[in-house]
Design a protein around this ligand. Structure first.
Ligand SMILES: Nc1ncnc2c1ncn2[C@@H]1O[C@H](COP(=O)(O)OP(=O)(O)OP(=O)(O)O)[C@@H](O)[C@H]1O
Length: 289
């Protein structure tokens, strides 16, 4: 690598929360799953990761916090190059929320569970208490703190899992199909939380998802295909790409489809990122009254 490349990469690390440079991985050396993945995710960006089943999405996010170890290439998280010495520090900076929240509980009560994660950060007791109550309030789980995790609904469990992660104040939060087991109401609740987190601007979000509304709310979509980064696009570009939608078993969201139909009929609705936004845009138009 020449000096210019070094300078460019140092500059990227300053602004990107996550970078991958020529990263490859295979569970067995003779069967590569990911090949030469290079990407950068700027701080504060909300990115959806899509791709056909088995294309390596979960594998990619597990490499980022060293749940599995890359075979080649370089990974940086919040400016640190991942290596044997800083795995623990990297994991503090990258929170992961998985599909099944049941696998994420260790405490006897919700409060214990959230505090358990904070104890790992060696924080003073007052700071742990401050974060516990701040994030429990933000995620609407204050009333659940004394409950046993087994008493919670699926949506409540996922909110508690997210509270535990956010209380650790990681720079990057990864969701691996975190809403796929939730009912519609809980899914919408989770999406509202994500929109608030993103509006705050302090989180970089990387989300593996098949949910059209979640994709529409993100700013950027990365698509994996056959172990390679095949496309880097906006949600709008993805929803116009019918072949890719079919390959990834995705469909365009209702608000996007309706917005496109209305725009074709001359209504200035732009590209709504949710049904609510579409309604808010349409409401003041009065339809000629
Ligand atoms: N622990 C493992 N050992 C061996 N092979 C694995 C392991 N985990 C995943 N694989 C294989 O690696 C490939 C990529 O799997 P991965 O779970 O990353 O895909 P994905 O894109 O997240 O899929 P999906 O959308 O179905 O969840 C698949 O062929 C899978 O069978």
């Amino acid at each position: 690598m020449n000096g210019k490349d070094e300078q460019r990469r140092a500059a990227d690390r300053g602004t990107d929360a996550v970078t991958m440079e020529e990263v490859s991985f295979g569970y067995e050396p003779e069967h590569p799953i990911l090949q030469s993945i290079t990407l950068g995710i700027p701080q504060g960006q909300w990115v959806s990761l899509v791709g056909p089943s088995g294309s390596g999405k979960s594998t990619l996010v597990k490499l980022l916090n060293a749940l599995i170890l890359k075979s080649a290439g370089e990974i940086t998280v919040c400016g640190m190059t991942l290596n044997d010495e800083n795995v623990t520090e990297i994991r503090r900076n990258i929170g992961m929320v998985f599909q099944n929240p049941d696998n994420q509980f260790v405490g006897e009560t919700v409060e214990d569970d959230i505090l358990f994660g904070l104890e790992g950060l060696c924080l003073p007791r007052e700071e742990m208490e401050r974060r516990l109550h701040l994030y429990a309030d933000k995620l609407g789980v204050t009333g659940l703190l004394r409950k046993h995790p087994g008493e919670l609904s699926g949506g409540q469990k996922q909110r508690v899992a997210i509270t535990s992660i956010l209380a650790m104040e990681p720079g990057v939060v990864i969701f691996d199909e975190a809403s796929s087991m939730l009912d519609e109401e809980s899914r919408n609740g989770l999406l509202d939380i994500l929109r608030d987190m993103h509006a705050e601007g302090s989180y970089t979000i990387l989300m593996i998802t098949h949910d059209a509304d979640e994709i529409l709310s993100s700013e950027r979509v990365l698509a994996l295909s056959n172990g390679k980064l095949a496309l880097d696009m906006t949600p709008d570009e993805l929803f116009r790409n019918e072949a890719l939608l079919e390959k990834c078993r995705l469909h365009a969201p209702y608000a996007w489809e309706l917005g496109r139909e209305l725009a074709a009929r001359g209504l200035p609705v732009g590209t709504p990122s949710s049904e609510k936004e579409l309604v808010n845009t349409l409401w003041p138009l009065n339809f000629g009254k």
